[in-house]
Write a new protein. Sequence first.
Length: 179
Amino acid sequence: MRCFICIDLPKEVQNELARVQSELPQDSKLIVVKPKDIHLTVKFLGDIDESKVERVKELLKKLNFQKFRAKVNGSGFFPAPSFIRVIWAGLEPKQEFEKIHTIVEKLLSLEDFKPDKEWQNHATLARVKWIRDKNTFTEKIKQIKLKPIEFNVDNLKLKKSTLTLEGPVYEELLSLKFS
């Protein structure tokens, strides 16, 4: 089954990100993430069998993170202005999210999961299929202003992702509360 580890964002943040999605350029082909599904992916695991899922659950239960305050801040795209594939919203404080990612990476390396080549803390707003005018598109993205909503980061989740024609369907397999 296709799985990932993530931090869900609260409804207030999802609503703000939905507002931002409504401001995305309409003259290009974008696959917009459903607001209720917007999250920060800590680690994408890919397709793993049931026994591996159970082992990941066991390992994750050993973690003990401290809850912290965060905020949504800024938006952008990657990998490059000449080749845009993802439009994202940033999350701060970066060092806290990076710390969680690093700890999860080290823990899962015990199960032979490959480390991420380039991990960036972000919430995906849309995936880009094609852009009519890259210069206009990048300028519009740079002009989008996010309300810097603060929120508590207090959970880590393991989710299953089933791909459908209507987009991915997520199922929560494990939820860990931070202390």
